[in-house]
Design a protein around this ligand. Structure first.
Ligand code: SF4
Ligand code: SF4
Length: 416
C-alpha cells in the first residue's frame, strides 16, 4: 500500500520539469524571495519526502503550509503538473506519520464532520466564543487576557457568525415555478453560516425567475477546508454525505453551488468512480444564471468594485457578466482579478504574509475609496472583511450575488 501511494505521488511529481515558470506568479515566492517557498521549491521538498531523503518533520509541515492555495501557479505551468494533488497528498502523509502535530486541528476541524449537527455545534460555539471576547468588534477584557495568554492574533481572527443560519431565516420568497426547472442549492458554510444573506438573495433571484429551488438542510461542508489541510479521509466523508443528501432528491435538473470550490470537489467525486457519486450535474451559480438566461440587474450603481481571481475559475466570465449587467449604465464598475490573500474559508494561517498581500491589493486597487467590494467567493469575502475590520476601513466585502437583484419584469418576490 505504501509503495502504491508513493508511486502515485512520484508519478505526479515526475511531470514537473523544474522550469520555474510557476515562480513568476507564486505570491509566497514573490513576497519571501525564497525558492523553498515557491511552487517548484515545495514540489522538490515533497520529492525528498517521497524518496525518504527528507522526514515528515514539523519543519517540513511548516514549509508546506506556506502555500496559500491561490491556484495561480496552475495557469503558468506548461507541464500541467497537478500541484494540488501533490501538496494535499503530502500534507496528508505528514499528518499520518506525525499525528501529534495536529491534535488541536483534529478537534476543531473534526467538527466539520459529515454530520449536520456537529457543524451546527462548531459554528454556534464559534459565535458564542466571539461574543464572549469581543465588544463592538474590539477585544474586551477577557479577550485581551486570553489573547495575551494564548498569543492569539487580535480581534478579527474569529469570524463574525450571523445570528441565524440560512435555514433559520425561513423561506421568504414566493414559489413561482413557471420555468419547469427544478434545482437544489448548495450554500457552502459561507452561505449557510457566515453570510446567509447572500444565500437568501440568490434564492430570491431564482424563485423570482420561476425556478423551483430546493435547499436540503442536511448538506454539510464541501470538504475543501479539510483537504487543504491534508485531512483527506474527513474530506472524503463529507463529500460522501453531500452526495447522499442530494441524491435523495427527485427530478432535479442540477445542483447549483454558491461555492466554486465545491463545484470542483463534487465533479471530482463524480469522475472518480467512487460511490455514491452525485447523480445530478453540479453548476457554479454564475454558470447556472448564464445557461438559463436569468435576468438580473445591479443592486449598487456607484462605489463598488468587483473581484474574482483564479481560485474561482475563469475570471473573464465574471468580468463579462458584470459588463453585461451594467451595459445600460453610464459607468461600468472597475473589476480586479488580482489575488487578495485569501486561502480556504476560516483559515488563519500565514497572517503576516497574507496581510502584506492584502495591503498591496488594497493599495493597487484603491479599495479604500469604495463602499463595497463584491467577490466571487466566500473565502475572499471572509478574508477581506477580517482585514477591513482589523484596519478600520469602512469598505465592506460582499458576495457577488448580493450585488444583484432580479430584473423588475420578473420581480415577483413576496418579501417577508
Ligand atoms: S497555490 Fe499559490 S501560493 Fe501555492 S504554490 Fe501555487 S501560486 Fe504559490
Ligand atoms: S511551472 Fe510546472 S513544470 Fe515548471 S517548475 Fe513549476 S510546477 Fe514544475
Amino acid at each position: 500500500m505504501k509503495e502504491q501511494n508513493n508511486k502515485y505521488l512520484t508519478d505526479l511529481i515526475d511531470k514537473c520539469t523544474n522550469c520555474g515558470n510557476c515562480r513568476i506568479i507564486c505570491p509566497a515566492y514573490k513576497y519571501t524571495g525564497e525558492e523553498i517557498y515557491s511552487t517548484r521549491g515545495r514540489i522538490n521538498l515533497i520529492k525528498g519526502l517521497a524518496n525518504e531523503e527528507l522526514h515528515p518533520s514539523s519543519e517540513m509541515k511548516n514549509l508546506l503550509s506556506v502555500c496559500l492555495n491561490c491556484r495561480q501557479c496552475l495557469r503558468y505551468c506548461p507541464a500541467e503538473v497537478e500541484y494540488f494533488s501533490i501538496i494535499r497528498y503530502a500534507k496528508n502523509r505528514i499528518r499520518n506519520r506525525n499525528w501529534m502535530f495536529d491534535i488541536i486541528t483534529f478537534f476543531t476541524e473534526g467538527l466539520f464532520s459529515h454530520k449536520h449537527a456537529t457543524s451546527e455545534m462548531f459554528f454556534s460555539a464559534t459565535g458564542l466564543f466571539r461574543k464572549l471576547i469581543y465588544k463592538n468588534n474590539k477585544l474586551n477584557f477577557i479577550g485581551r487576557f486570553m489573547g495575551r495568554s494564548a498569543k492569539l492574533r487580535p480581534v478579527t481572527d474569529i469570524p463574525s457568525i450571523a445570528r441565524r443560519n440560512f435555514f433559520e431565516m425561513g423561506i421568504r420568497h414566493k414559489l413561482n415555478n413557471g420555468r419547469d426547472i427544478r434545482t437544489a442549492l448548495f450554500t457552502g458554510c459561507g452561505g449557510k453560516y457566515l453570510y446567509p444573506e447572500a444565500a437568501d438573495r440568490f434564492v430570491m433571484i431564482l424563485r423570482s425567475n420561476g425556478i423551483e429551488t430546493l435547499i436540503p438542510k442536511e448538506q454539510v461542508c464541501c470538504g475543501n477546508p479539510l483537504s487543504y489541510k491534508g485531512l483527506l479521509k474527513k474530506s472524503e466523508n463529507v463529500l460522501k454525505k453531500n452526495a447522499e443528501v442530494y441524491n435523495q432528491l427527485i427530478g432535479l435538473n442540477c445542483i447549483v453551488s454558491l461555492c466554486s470550490d465545491a463545484v470542483i470537489a463534487f465533479k471530482e467525486r463524480s469522475d472518480s468512480g467512487k460511490e455514491p457519486k452525485f447523480r445530478f450535474p453540479v453548476l457554479n451559480w454564475l454558470d447556472f444564471l448564464l445557461q438559463n438566461k436569468i435576468q438580473v440587474i445591479p443592486e449598487y450603481e456607484n462605489s463598488i468594485i468587483f473581484h474574482s481571481c483564479p481560485k474561482c475559475g475563469d475570471f473573464k466570465v465574471y468580468e463579462n457578466f458584470i459588463k453585461n449587467i451594467y451595459s445600460d449604465y453610464t459607468k461600468i464598475p472597475e473589476f480586479t482579478h488580482d489575488y487578495c490573500g485569501s486561502t480556504e474559508l476560516l483559515d488563519r494561517s500565514n497572517p503576516g504574509l497574507r496581510d502584506q498581500i492584502t495591503r498591496d491589493f488594497c493599495e493597487m486597487n484603491g479599495i479604500k475609496g469604495y463602499s463595497y467590494i463584491a467577490c466571487s467567493s466566500f473565502e475572499c469575502v471572509d478574508h477581506l472583511n477580517a482585514y477591513f475590520l482589523r484596519n478600520q476601513l469602512s469598505v465592506k466585502a460582499i458576495h457577488f450575488v448580493q450585488a444583484l437583484r432580479p430584473a423588475p419584469v420578473n420581480d415577483t418576490s413576496a418579501g417577508t
